[in-house]
Design a protein around this ligand. Structure first.
Ligand code: GLU
Ligand code: ZN
Length: 328
């Protein structure tokens, strides 16, 4: 059997591994479907594999049934995977909530290397201490209040909960984004020394995603560009854990017709609503194809794009979605 990548001679190789990593905190909407379709095309056009992973570590935000719904939504669109909670595979379990031992082992490595320290600051203390409100994209930048502690000092903290923060340094981190070209960011400007272990014993998203992408052999991380500021932090963690980083590609978001971010609560743009309403998924895929420079919106299935898709066609800016585009 020849892989699509061999026929088209495209970037990547049959060894590519892509992943679909939704958080089951709400339903997927048309924006997710576009990002996941790009992730799928990037892996499949190279003859590569696709892993489905459920990012359910934040128990307070997980909603029951959402992982199953996400799988049904993506299958409805014609997106498939080789490994995942429903099909198994050699890198399971595929639910992050069942992988805590791996995150603990990674955190232990960081402790031994003195790359993390225990932080007892509360949110409000950080806000107050970040003088002249030093606001990063994700709230106040941690001012380093606890940075003098060593990892071993955790033993001395008895009366307060504490998180583990990673020493982010001041150096910029650069990468060649698959869609955006060379990007460079200073990780410490985003959140300061960032949290890798939470006070309740769970890992942060930054740590969990790195540990799992590496353990699952992922070579391409394709995701929405709302996560772009996470990439430099994750690259620091790859380095610290002596893991080979994947390539990263950030897909611009889909906006509503008003030019604003799609409202998570808007049921009419949810894939499950469209699916249960009997819509032909090929219409939505056709619209996505058009936004990626393939065709003029004629109905299509993902596999029809395998030979036509080019990373260079992913526009740098957001695209607007209007329901009328997929209605008959
Ligand atoms: N689970 C994350 C989310 O749904 C995505 C993680 C990633 O792609 O790195 O927002
Ligand atoms: Zn602190």
């Amino acid at each position: 059997m020849s892989a699509p990548g061999e026929e088209t001679g495209q970037v990547g190789c049959a060894g590519e591994v892509g992943r679909l990593a939704p958080s089951p905190t709400g339903g997927l909407h048309v924006g997710h479907s576009r990002t996941f379709l790009v992730a799928w095309l990037m892996a499949r056009r190279a003859g590569g594999r696709v892993v489905f992973r459920v990012e359910d570590i934040d128990a307070s935000r997980v909603r029951p049934g959402m992982a199953e719904q996400a799988m049904a939504d993506l299958r409805w669109l014609g997106i498939d995977w080789d490994e995942g909670p429903d099909v198994g595979g050699p890198h399971g379990p595929y639910l992050q909530s069942e992988r805590f031992d791996r995150f603990e082992a990674a955190l232990d490595l960081l402790k031994r290397a003195e790359l993390v320290y225990p932080c007892t600051c509360s949110r409000s203390e950080i806000r107050r201490a970040a003088s002249a409100p030093h606001l990063g994209e994700e709230g106040p930048v941690y001012p380093g209040t606890c940075a003098e502690r060593s990892a071993g000092d955790a033993r001395l903290i008895r009366d307060r909960p504490f998180a583990w923060r990673f020493r982010a340094g001041e150096e910029p981190v650069a990468w060649d984004d698959l869609f955006r070209g060379r990007l460079e960011m200073v990780p410490s400007a985003i959140e300061g020394d960032f949290v890798v272990g939470r006070s309740d014993g769970s890992p942060s998203y930054q740590l969990a995603v790195v540990v799992d992408d590496a353990a699952m052999g992922v070579t391409q991380v394709i995701r929405g560009d709302d996560l772009i500021s996470s990439t430099p932090r994750q690259l620091l963690l790859y380095r610290a854990l002596e893991l080979v980083p994947p390539r990263f590609g950030h897909v611009p978001l889909v906006l509503g017709p008003d030019g604003r971010r799609l409202a998570k609560r808007d049921e009419s743009i949810k894939l499950s609503t469209l699916r249960e309403g009997g819509m032909d998924p090929r219409r939505l895929v056709g619209w996505i194809g058009e936004t990626l420079g393939m065709g003029s919106g004629e109905p299509a299935s993902p596999s029809e794009y395998l030979r036509r898709f080019e990373p260079d066609l992913v526009p740098e800016g957001p695209v607007a979605f209007d329901r009328s585009a997929i209605e008959q």
